[in-house]
Design a protein around this ligand. Structure first.
Ligand code: FPP
Length: 236
């Protein structure tokens, strides 16, 4: 969700106004994802690196998150959207943690749509947390390191019970991944849009999905193999 600051700056507004507009886009995007039949929507709302921003901006982002949760929980319930988080949420301010716990509990039963908020998230810290949990399992004799596989390791990631992303969209014109789902996005398609997050709307979302549908996903195979599998003449 990149470009809130630049959206505001280009209008002579304070950065926080860009984040405020960014929250409106969040609302719109959740609604559109539901309408488009997307089962899992993950929003990179606050990275482990974002603590380096001015204290005032970090505080404002936490307040926006707090307000969003207070205000939107009933809409999530109405639309049967389950809320999940990934990241070191234990380091977020207590009031935000409280609201997160409340919303996660209130929406836990829903299965049709899942909204994942990446909060105090970073792929590298995720790997460290997973490695620590894995090592503890080995030390306690619950895990046999000879059985190490991607599947057995991935069970220790924050995303253990979530599917890998098919499509990653980044707004604002930057073409970086910035520590977001680095391992899970190994085979994801990427769409980089030259617009700021507050300008991301239903139309832009639909266009990114069309672009995704135009891509040929080969997962290491050749294009001819895919054609053979699709026509039923391939073995696997
Ligand atoms: C990136 O734009 C945006 C963020 C770091 C914060 C995103 C957070 C929100 C939209 C609000 C809280 C989230 C929810 C889910 C309610 P930037 O500030 O880095 O933009 P810039 O690169 O133009 O400065």
């Amino acid at each position: 969700m990149d470009g809130n600051g630049r959206w505001a700056k280009s209008r002579g507004l304070p950065r926080i106004e860009g984040h405020r507009r960014g929250v409106e886009t969040v609302r719109r995007t959740i609604e559109a994802a539901n309408d488009f039949g997307i089962e899992y929507l993950t929003l990179y709302a606050f990275s482990v690196e974002n603590w380096k921003r001015p204290e005032e901006e970090v505080g404002a982002l936490m307040n926006l998150l707090d307000h969003f949760l207070r205000k939107e929980t009933k809409t999530l319930i109405k639309n049967r959207v389950r809320l999940r988080t990934i990241g070191r949420t234990e380091d977020l301010p207590p009031k935000v943690r409280r609201e997160l716990d409340r919303t996660v509990a209130a929406t836990a039963e829903f299965t049709e749509h899942t909204l994942v908020l990446a909060l105090n998230y970073g792929s590298r810290t995720e790997v460290l947390d997973a490695a620590r949990a894995y090592a503890a399992g080995v030390a306690e004799g619950r895990i046999d390191p000879d059985d190490l596989s991607w599947e057995s390791f991935a069970r220790h990631l924050y995303t253990a019970d979530l599917p890998d992303p098919d499509l990653v969209i980044r707004t604002s014109g930057e073409t970086r991944v910035s520590n977001f789902l680095l391992l899970q996005a190994a085979y994801a398609e990427f769409v980089f849009l030259p617009i700021y997050w507050p300008d991301f709307g239903r139309e832009e979302f639909a266009e990114a999905l069309h672009e995704f549908n135009r891509r040929e996903r080969r997962f290491g195979r050749t294009g001819d193999q895919l054609v053979a599998v699709a026509s039923g003449s391939g073995t696997s």
